[in-house]
Design a protein around this ligand. Structure first.
Ligand code: PSU
Ligand code: MN
Length: 308
């Protein structure tokens, strides 16, 4: 597989330094310009400050990039009409020379190809509300069951049906590990009303669980649910009516398939007058710190630094 590594990632791979994968859909479809590029840069800086090397993943002109240069990141963040690539569209985009941002699912695939075991993002996709009618279940869930990458997120986005998302993850055999509390976090809020399926409070403990899965020969990764810092959270009671309104508008407008998540995030940004974006930025930075600590712990346990 011809992967284009950035100079920084190439060097880290040669030295066995800990790497943290970062997705690009959050840049192109999850946040408005220019906060998207600013956030992507500060997330990368946070990873470096925490002792690991960031590898932001995207497809540019048909080539799979693991690690983007500053100029590539800027261009992607400003481009319009960039494709949103999940497992289903990754190969076709590359084969036709296209440009696309990778979702959690596609980023996991690329990270694994590059020997990267840990990935930080904001929230994963999941089972959408009304999935019993729409069948809208993100490919991120299946990917977590197949590809051995630990994904650090702030829980599943509260726009989803969280109980159904947990049920599907359990069916698929994906460990959902909550950090520091007994309740599943809900992205913008620390609380969801749902109990944590598993709880591990240290990066070393999460790294040990990741490595143990590998030793058991279990395919698939782990979902690490890291609550948003208390000072940055938006209370659940505040988010519930906002989410309800955004969902009602999506339904009335007939928004479907890939467009659902970007539409809801944009409407929630508008309805909260930007507060949802501030919270989103804070939680991604928090996830980047934890992911780096996990990557450092895995690299310490595996001399080559490449874990799978
Ligand atoms: N987290 C965010 N913003 C986002 C996403 C996650 O804070 O935009 C993206 C991720 O790339 C995730 C995708 O994989 O949304 C899920 O989309 P879908 O529900 O269509 O599978
Ligand atoms: Mn979907």
């Amino acid at each position: 597989m011809d992967i284009r590594y950035s100079p920084e990632v190439k060097e880290a791979r040669a030295n066995g330094a800990p790497l943290v994968a970062l997705e690009s859909t959050i840049i192109t479809h999850g946040m408005p310009w220019p906060q998207n590029v600013e956030t992507a840069r500060s997330v990368e800086a946070e990873v470096r400050a925490s002792g690991a090397v960031p590898a932001t993943i995207a497809v540019l002109d048909g080539r799979l990039h693991v690690g983007l240069t500053g100029a590539e990141l800027e261009a992607l963040g400003q481009a319009s009409g960039v494709a949103k690539l999940s497992r289903a569209d990754l190969a076709a985009c590359m084969a036709s020379g296209g440009t696309g941002a990778t979702t959690v699912a596609a980023t996991m695939i690329a990270a694994h190809l590059a020997g990267i075991a840990v990935f930080a993002t904001g929230g994963i996709g999941g089972v959408h509300r009304g999935a019993e009618r729409s069948f809208d279940i993100s490919a991120d869930l299946r990917e977590l069951s197949e590809t051995p990458v630990s994904v650090v997120a702030a829980g599943a986005k509260a726009i989803l049906d969280l109980p159904k998302t947990l049920e599907v993850l359990e069916t698929l055999g994906v460990p959902v590990i909550v950090v520091g509390q007994d309740e599943l976090p809900a992205f913008w809020s620390r609380s969801s009303g749902l109990p944590a399926p598993l709880r591990i409070d240290t990066a070393a403990g999460i790294a040990a669980a990741h490595l143990m899965r590998g030793r058991l020969g279990l395919p698939g990764g782990q979902l690490i649910a890291n609550p948003i810092p208390a000072e940055a959270e938006i209370a659940r009671e505040v988010m519930i009516p906002v989410i309800e309104q955004a969902l009602a508008e999506a339904e009335a407008k007939g928004i479907a398939a890939k467009a659902v998540t970007p539409f809801l995030l944009q409407r929630i940004f508008e309805l909260t007058e930007g507060r949802s974006l501030e919270a989103n930025i804070a939680l991604v930075l928090n996830n980047a710190r934890l992911a780096s600590a996990i990557a450092v712990a895995i690299a310490a346990a595996i001399p080559s630094g490449v874990a799978d």
